[in-house]
Ligand binder design. Structure first.
Ligand SMILES: Nc1ncnc2c1ncn2[C@@H]1O[C@H](COP(=O)(O)OP(=O)(O)O)[C@@H](O)[C@H]1O
Ligand SMILES: Cc1cn([C@H]2C[C@H](O)[C@@H](COP(=O)(O)O)O2)c(=O)[nH]c1=O
Ligand SMILES: [Zn+2]
Length: 194
């Protein structure tokens, strides 16, 4: 916490899928632990790609996490916390707006809150609650992956259904990784609208 005001803060780690958000979150957690700080990690019940009680990167790094309800995370977070200095939350894009209030409360309580999630839907539109978290955060870092088509930096999430670009009207939430998503740049990103 800040020495003078005793307040904590919120750090947002965002950007496209495959940009290294989870690797960066795990790096920050590791460094906090090296500094002797205790860390509580949380992930949404919706994302079971790496095992429900795990935060995992595409390259295979993992840490244990407490699974919380993405619609109403605060009660389970409150129950799980036991004076930890640092709170790490992955896949923020799956949470409701209640995550913003939860992060604000944790920071007000003197904790360092590291929250990670992709900031755009497959349509290239804001993926809430990331924009809201970015607005209230003290620190925001936005990363890019490598475009699978042209090799330039990739800020966008290409959803592919049976190898074809997804349609604009498809549902926003679809858990997945390499089998259904690619990192792409603005020029190579395609959304079907026919
Ligand atoms: N198109 C890509 N661009 C960059 N890294 C990629 C790409 N595809 C796979 N990767 C791998 O994904 C890793 C990042 O994984 P991860 O931290 O889980 O990303 P994120 O949480 O942002 O989805 C990279 O270190 C790399 O090994
Ligand atoms: C773009 C987009 C993504 N998702 C899902 C797909 C993955 O399960 C996560 C993002 O994971 P990552 O750690 O950032 O690689 O979000 C979705 O449901 N809808 C979308 O539009
Ligand atoms: Zn490209």
């Amino acid at each position: 916490m800040h020495a003078i005001t005793n307040s904590g803060w919120v750090e947002v780690v965002t950007g496209s899928m495959f940009s290294g958000k989870t690797e960066e979150l795990l790096r920050r957690v590791r460094r906090a632990e090296i500094a002797g700080q205790s860390v509580a990690a949380f992930s949404p019940a919706l994302d079971d790609r790496f095992g429900s009680a795990t935060i995992g990167s595409h390259a295979g790094q993992q840490i244990e996490a407490t699974v919380v309800d993405q619609e109403e995370p605060e009660p389970a977070m409150h129950d799980a916390l036991n004076g930890e200095d640092v709170v790490a939350i992955d896949e923020a894009n799956f949470f409701s707006g209640a995550l913003v209030d939860a992060c604000e409360a944790l920071a007000a309580d003197g904790r360092r809150v590291i929250v990670s999630g992709t900031d755009q839907t497959f349509r290239g539109e804001p993926f809430h609650p990331l924009p809201d978290l970015m607005a209230v955060a003290e620190y925001v870092d936005k990363y890019q992956a490598i475009c699978t088509q042209c090799g330039e930096p990739a800020s966008r999430n290409q959803r592919l259904i049976e190898g074809e670009p997804a349609h604009y009207d498809d549902p926003t939430v679809m858990v997945g990784a390499e089998e259904s998503y690619e990192a792409r740049c603005r020029s190579c990103h395609v959304v079907r609208r026919d």
